[in-house]
Design a protein around this ligand. Sequence first.
Ligand code: BGC
Length: 923
Amino acid sequence: MRQYLLLIAMMLVAIFTTSGCAPVTPGSGETAMTPSEPRCEYLANPGGVDVASPRLSWEIVGGPRSARQTAYQVLVASSADLLAQDQGDVWDSGKVDSDQSIGVNYAGPALRSGQNVYWKVRVWDQLDQPAPWSKPATWSMGLLSAGDWSAKWIGKDEDETKLTDRRLPARWLRRDFTIDKPVGRAVVYMSGLGLSELQINGQKVGDEVLSPALSDYTKHVFYVAHDVTSQLKPGANALGVILGNGRFFAPRDSVGRNTATYGLPKLLLQMHVEFADGGSQDLISDQTWKLSTAGPIVANNEYDGEEYDARREFEGWSMPGFDDSKWETPQLVAGPAGTLCSPMDDPIRVTGTLQPRTVKEIQPGVFIYDMGQNMVGWCRLKVSGPAGTAVSMRFAESLNPDGSLYVANLRKAKVTDIYTLRGGGVETWSPRFTYHGFRYVEMKGFPGKPGLDAIQGCIVNDDVPSAGDFACSDNTINQVYRNIVWGVRGNYRSMPTDCPQRDERQGWLGDRAAESRGESYIFRNDPLYAKWVRDMSDAQRADGNVSDVCPAFWPLYTDNVTWPSAMVIIPGALCDLYGDTQPIARNYPAMVKWVDYVNTFIKDDLVPIDKYGDWCVPPADPKVIHSTDPAQLTAKPILGTTYFYHCLTLMEQYATMLGRTGDAWRFRLMAAQLKKGLNDKYLNRQTGVYDNGAQTSSVLPLAFDMTPPDVKQRVFDQLIAKIEKDNYHIGTGLVGGQWLNRVLSDNGRADVCYRLATNRTYPSWGYMLDHNATTIWELWNGNTADPAMNSGNHVMLVGDLVTWLYEYVAGIAPDPQIPGFKHILMRPTIAGDMTWAKATHHSPYGQIASEWHRNGKAFDWKIEIPANSTATVWVPAGSEASVRESGLKIADAAGVKVLRSEAGFTVLEVGSGNYEFESALAK
Ligand code: BGC
């Protein structure tokens, strides 16, 4: 016993001399550490995993302060029972001395296509004590090679050039089959293009909608794996699939925008049934199926809406024994050229509902509903009336002064759903293959007077888990934040779209290049953005050029830098925020190719190419879309050169990380040339003005650290002078706006960020609030500007506001040197007259929280650091002596090490746990 105590004492000394913190002993009531939230490939219990060696991650909850994992053990079993008996018959990692808890590669024997496994993990703490096992989790493998597919592509091809209407009737496909033995497990692998719904025995399978994920179908084609074991029954069964257009059969033809379209809808389906006796049976899509286009979905198209005639329903069509003798035999059709793969991101679901707030009859029989919120999705209609009655619903984001729908900004999108009643009772319906961005719904043709309960708004988006919350003492900021959350989620559609309502809805790269960093605090979006970066590689041409829109449904190979830079910037952010290095490693060759492509345009040490400028700088004229004021616009070579410089500095880091020192050196030299080129040509060293002194012209060189140190203060002063001249209003477009707040805060003027964030006059986010916005507009003057390009639900003008709120105001940021929030930089910013702010962020390591209150000079701050993470903490304080933690002098606080004093801060190093600091501010 004595020996044991001595050993513990020695270990404690060892642990706390290495970490340098005051010792912590578990107090009463503290729970032991337990691994939780087991994830495979960053997803909870994914099906259809198609990487050979999936990455496993877990969080750790509980434990005393400074709880750390010192070892782990992963068990992977072939059955839940074996796992419950702690048998890792597939893989037992054994005890691995490591603190890694994110992205641990499965290292057991090769996994088979379709294999289903159960797994759990346990960890050891600093005292080498094992924690209890995590709850069991699962993953199942997808079809790993092309040879695993025996199914055939089936459909009904027509001459696309002869189809004048892009709103096709849905394709209905069905097949009967028999199960004559007890089933162990059954999985359907299905790619139903463009969109599809699977039914078995009259029931929809799963809860995904608008499935599968979008892609460039010539490069990758997504299939979905559905475990259907519980839906099969002994004897007669039936499979049914409905196919809609999606983007495969594009909502517009190639005229004008050159919209990419890939053919008529088609299906590839393979059901693998494993029987309890060990045998198996495969059922595949082929000409034993039946097809009809005469069903109730008479027209579908994402921009224009869906028309459903319930009188044409095939009753029982996905039940066994349905009479399909009048249906046709499907054609065997050519499949798309892309590689079949599993999407590995969160599917789209109905993630919530909204009840309308009001309904008004604006003309006889014309009713306008107000949902109270600009939302994305569709309406579920409830109606009863005579057969053949057609009820139409049209959608818009705002109203005309006379109370009718304002549809001018929807351009040519018809956004109209029509339901024709079958008659004879209450009927409920919602569309399957369209979606709308709307706050208002115009209903016509309703039999009688529709009440508020005639429709329900269904919110439809990628079902990404929520990851954070932010609030502060300023209500404008809180409302703007709320609008941002609505806008971001509504624009997640297996790619981040620019807008959800008009005839566009594209993945424009520039909108999210750096803005997406902020989104990651709100939603756990690593799988989505990792997928999008691959879409970018897919959209790359042989010469290295990348389309400004990815997937390249609008192939825009414009020789641009600011938009394609997303392919370089986003992987770095995913590494910082999630510790996920795969997007860097996987897309590195494509990034190098793009860098080499842009390199060919360099002239006089400048990158003169740029397509869109600093898009959507606020114009003085309320009617126009783009400012023409030369004082507000940033020269295109400044945009191209600074952005490319930034990409090169990131590329240097990526190359170093991947051990490509030659590349790293090359990128560094290229960057140095550009820095010189920019400053020689555009910087007036005497005045500190870059070119014309537009806000973005100074923001970008400062953001990317291109300004010579001796001139930096002057340039920053000029930026402030310019903002003052602009009456303390934002003067950036979407490019400069993605860095503005960080530059201001980093240079000591968080008060200016606060003014910009709380402004209510034009141009500002607050101005949008005062004009009824419940999301963020595409244009600063969205209430008055030309409707041709004026969406009410864009994300791009968010800029770096969310990043600023979390990383600066709340002070929660990842340490790029030890990424993924393994080491956290906690440094709050007291901006303007803010008296409090609080944020939580669910990081890969678990919950991080920060909540501060200021009262005169008194500052109190509660923080939470997840287990197996550490943090450097900047406590705002006039002196170290004024800092207390849970009432104790800082030197006596458990798990806290004082590092240094810095202007206005006492800097500490802490381990995991909850801390409560009190301090006296310098002023
Ligand atoms: C889109 C923007 C995009 C821009 C670039 C607009 O139509 O909505 O999000 O970045 O075009 O040209």
